[in-house]
Design a protein around this ligand. Sequence first.
Ligand code: PSV
Ligand code: MN
Ligand code: MN
Length: 387
Amino acid sequence: MTTDIAQVKAALRTQRIETPSWAYGNSGTRFKVFSQEGVPRTPQEKIDDAAQVHRFTGVAPRVALHIPWDRVEDYAALATYARDRGVRVGAINSNVFQDNDYMLGSVTNPDPAVRKKALNHLLDCVDIMDATGSRDLKLWFSDGTNYPGQDDIRARQDRLAEALAAVYERLGDEQRFLLEYKLFEPAFYSTDVPDWGTSYAHCLKLGPKAQVVVDTGHHAPGTNIEFIVAFLLREGKLGGFDFNSRFYADDDLMVGAADPFQLFRIMHEVIQGGGFTDEVAFMLDQCHNIEPKIPGQIRSVMNVQEATAKALLVDGEALRAAQRAGDVLGANAVFMDAYNTDVRPLLAELREEMGLDPDPMAAYARSGYFEKIRDERKDGQAAGWGA
Ligand code: PSV
Ligand code: MN
Ligand code: MN
């Protein structure tokens, strides 16, 4: 392999992986939300936990907020709180799916009053971005229908376009929105933003501040996600990722747990397509229903790093030569060589060079942080999936 290891390490040092505030609180399924000891009681405590993930990995300096789960009086003060702990507030995630008014949809609801309420929330989120200095507004809509004939599919697209245009209009010069798609759930017949094509079409019409976000858990089984990534990057429309694993549907499991090879293929397209920059937000979106929260995030961050390191190890020159020569097996061998490399020693070495413990999981376990929060946080939990 002729890849320059120093260059690989330099690139890995620049990687930024954002963790979601909602990962630190209790979560579960519709059958049961399991309570864990030591979960945060406030947005500030979620930030404290996110800061631990950064402390042990060195590559997770941002934490995404979810509004209103992370509602506070003073968002600028919350951003300062985060900075004082060595992290920054990342993307602002809107929530127009947990209110009775939204039973038939939010921005696509047939009732104009409900649409207005939803839009106002989205605009409020941009106000919050102004206060926190966040660049990205992440929009995920649970909107859709359950039965054929329930509503006019096309009219719902018109309503969606109207809301998105109003949000776009409100964005500042340095701000963007990332429109997330999801195949189904909670709507079971039609979903208003079900796939990348729908998201892309809306974003394309609006302009460069509207970008598509790829949640790796939101596709039909067997979907070639790396193709979507390559296509969107080529069009300058890939705003970021919500990384998580899925076995069946939107399982929100640890990144790279279900299919590390897929994660590698995605990262290969990111690197090939010039997407390994801050223009593409590498975010995690997962909920640890049964595993401990902070170590779950650390594991996911490490899994993204491992996939990235392997993708950086692909010998580009050899790959292109084999591709040009039509050497199918040769090209595939170059690709697989990189994937089959054990990059853990390289990452351990890199961490030591960065002044970190080579084993973030063990270092966190030894740190005593869990024992501290378990003892301190006895009364309740913050808002989130589980509250
Ligand atoms: C629901 O599927 C979801 O997991 C979406 O992926 C959002 O990004 C996330 O919730 C937070 O709103
Ligand atoms: Mn998501
Ligand atoms: Mn999801």
